[in-house]
Write a protein that binds this ligand. Structure first.
Ligand code: NAD
Length: 483
């Protein structure tokens, strides 16, 4: 990996000066080696970053669409030109596999281009008015300073999706990346600096969530918080934002169901299920961690699924053939093993995997999981899938909806009637018919319900969240008043 250029918070156009002795090692989750060192900021650095973003909010908010568009397009080109450097960083800092990292970079190039396009589409409304001679319009204005808090699992996508649309809308930004992927967060600052973004418009503060997050949420100059992460943290951020009277957008945890119905092409269903749980070793909010299969095809599905799971290559994430790399958190492995053991004690069958070495958890299929088991309900964030038997399609929908989460769902069937019922009745922000639970596009309406949200991101939906609607009326001539 190329030595990272930025290793300290990026505030007002440069990284702050810090002593080498104050840096914290960044450990590669695959091999335990130190990748680089990074500075973990304190509350005062967060305040300085907000100062910087606040100082330039009016200047940036009054730039023309073409000025903002140009910087976002340039940022896409800069990222493309740094592709392999960023891919290697995603692998070495975040434990992503080569394929996942390539996907992440490509997706973010798309986010930047998509956000560039939105600069010219910040549309308002003209509204019919009952007062003679009065013109009534609604326009969209930037919010001002926006704060973003991002998780570790897609550190580039989930940060840039917030930053790019916020900048496109004319906001300035303070980003708090995950403490586990600080270098990726700082890489975003480097990319925008190279793209010519003026100082202060984007600031990146690396450090611990509980230390920095509350400062960002409490400061009245920050008008909105865009958060992606766990439900527990999201809920505490919602409380902090409510206390500060602040808008908050939350994209949180998931326990997404994939329904395999009796008419499904089982080989296709198996490939769909495998992609949904094994990509990034299951550390995805949209992971299809519950596969609900109709009784009549249950045994056959399991046979094919286990055979597929056994073909997944586990190991060096730099090897393009590797599917399962390391989990980023060492403590996640015993946690997952505990949940599997508990399910086993309650009658579930572990058909493959179930063990781990270091941070590498084997691809695991657990069959006969039922609603009374913890692993039916809890997000495990590992390459572990619960397979659940459903009596029929009605039962499958009921099982799917028995979750506190409501992020995504998917169904494999060619029965149009049932597919449409699933679309209407599954309690999730998106439903993918004959696709995986994992689907996102830069301009798509990514949203969530129940304990996964409420959140809205992507294209025009991000722009709605990141602008303030303002009603403006203009009277031609003079209005008549009753007194
Ligand atoms: P996390 O909640 O532990 O951390 C997310 C961010 O919150 C980090 O930057 C962290 O530093 C910060 N944070 C922690 N405590 C804070 C506090 N008190 N105040 C403010 N910020 C604080 O999440 P994670 O483990 O990094 O990511 C995994 C989780 O994210 C999973 O639950 C996953 O489902 C979820 N996720 C959701 C989506 C989605 O779009 N819905 C996408 C990716 C990940």
């Amino acid at each position: 990996m190329t030595a990272p250029q930025f290793t300290a918070p990026y505030i007002n156009g440069h990284t702050i000066d810090v002593q080498d002795s104050a840096l914290t090692p960044v450990v590669n989750p695959a091999n335990g080696k130190t990748v680089a060192k990074v500075f973990m900021a304190g509350p005062e650095h967060m305040t300085r970053a907000i100062d910087a973003a606040y100082a330039v909010k009016d200047v940036w908010g009054n730039t023309t669409p073409s000025e903002r568009e140009l910087i976002l397009i340039r940022a896409a080109d800069v990222l493309e030109s740094m592709r392999m450097e960023v891919v290697n960083l995603l692998i070495d800092e975040g434990g992503a596999t080569f394929g996942k990292s390539q996907f992440e970079v490509s997706y973010v190039v798309g986010v930047l281009r998509s956000a560039a396009g939105e600069c010219r589409r910040i549309l308002g409304h003209t509204i019919p008015c009952d007062i003679p001679g009065r013109i009534s319009i609604a326009i969209r204005r930037p919010l001002g300073v926006v704060g973003g808090i991002a998780p570790f699992n897609f550190p580039l996508i989930l940060a840039v999706k917030k930053v790019a649309f916020a900048l496109a809308a004319g906001n300035t930004f303070v980003l708090k990346p995950s403490e586990e992927t600080s270098l990726v967060g700082l890489k975003i600052a480097e990319i925008f600096e190279k793209a010519g973004l003026p100082a202060g418009v984007l600031n990146v503060v690396t450090g611990d969530g509980p230390t920095l997050g509350p400062v960002l949420c409490a400061d009245p100059r920050v008008k909105a918080i865009m958060f992606t992460g766990s439900t527990a943290v999201g809920r505490s951020i919602a409380v902090d934002c409510a206390k500060a009277g602040k808008k908050v957008d939350l994209e949180m945890g998931g326990k997404s169901p994939l329904l395999v119905l009796k008419d499904a092409n089982l080989e296709y269903a198996v490939n769909t299920a495998a992609f949904g749980i094994f990509i990034h070793q299951g550390q995805i909010c949209m992971a299809g961690s519950r596969v609900i299969v109709e009784e009549s095809v249950y045994d056959k599905f399991l046979e094919l699924f286990v055979a597929k799971a056994k073909t997944m290559q586990v190991g060096d994430p730099h090897d393009p053939h590797t599917v399962i790399g390391p989990l980023i958190r060492t403590a996640q492995c015993p946690f997952i093993a505990d949940r599997i053991a508990a399910a086993k004690a309650q009658g579930a069958r572990v058909l493959c995997g179930g063990t781990y070495e270091g941070n590498f958890f084997q691809p695991t299929v657990v069959a006969d999981v039922t609603e009374d088991m913890k692993m039916f309900h809890e997000e495990l964030f590992g390459p572990v899938v619960s397979v659940i038997k459903a009596k029929d399609a009605d039962h499958a929908i009921k099982l799917a909806n028995n979750s506190r989460y409501g992020l995504t769902s998917a169904v494999v069937t060619n029965d149009l009637q049932i597919a449409m019922r699933c679309a209407m009745e599954l309690e999730t922000g998106s439903v993918h018919i004959n696709g995986s639970t994992i689907h996102d596009e830069p301009h798509g309406p990514f949203n969530s319900v129940k304990d996964s949200g409420p959140g809205r991101e992507g294209g025009q939906w991000s722009m709605d969240e990141l602008t303030q609607l303002k009603w403006v009326t203009i009277q031609r001539g003079e209005a008549h008043y009753p007194f």
